[in-house]
Design a protein around this ligand. Sequence first.
Ligand SMILES: [Zn+2]
Length: 309
Amino acid sequence: MKMTAAPALRVACTGLLFLALSTVGLAEGGAKPRIVCSTTQTADLAREIVGDDMEVICILGPGVNPHVYQPVPGDNRLVETAALCVQNGLHLEGKNWMQTLARDNGNKPLVTCTDGVQPLDLEYEGQVVKDPHAWFDPRNAALYLNNILAAVIEIDPAGAARYRARSDLYLQQLRALDAWIEKQVSRVPVERRVLVTSHDAFNYFAARYGFKVRSPVGWSTGSEIGGGMTPERRRLVVKSIRDFNVPAIFVETSVNPKMIRQVAGEAGVRIGGELYSDAMGEGGSAGETYLGMMRENTLQVVFALVEDR
Ligand SMILES: [Zn+2]
């Protein structure tokens, strides 16, 4: 896989780090070092570590799909000013766009948050690939946090004690989140723990909390917006959803929900609410942080599946 190049790139970049810092942090009259992240989740974790000691900027806005994102010229200018870049990895960033941005704009050091994660397999367009949606298991989010922490300390060793102290607090919150989700999910009978969604984002959540993930037959899992749907395939999808015998299926905030709403209507199941998938929510929404996103998703799933049909 192309991502095997990432560690080598990171090692190669380490030597450039102080150069990057001297041109970024100092040239702008003592401005704070800047961390540029690909996804909203990784940016949220970075902010939890650095507080106000560094500036964290996210390339993707709320609700933007990272799989198909195409960088714009402004992204290059942003990465040029970065002391550190952060990506999810495992090809969440389609065609490795964050890795390319980091390389092409001053060979910036790049943290790949999924380094060290035990990846699940995912079928994508007929091929088995590593599932990039690892943050949906809070234990993986802890790995993400530790990966970012190590890189932050590398660029600012003097601040290490503060970065570690903030990370300690957040790791406690992640453990509390994990225990809380387990408790909420325990209200859903085991035979009802089935997640039917329009996009395979929830395998790590499912594996952690005892759910099955089901994709309707005829649903194109590779095509996240239900592209190429024919009337015949649509009939298969509707029949298949009926056969799952679930009270609700779910839509996702970063994926066009129109198709799944129509299909749900035809299959006679409820829409269990919107789940945050590849991106967190807008500022001011309940899902604007990783913890909030996980909390709201859990409540949507639990309440939709315990209610009577
Ligand atoms: Zn995704």
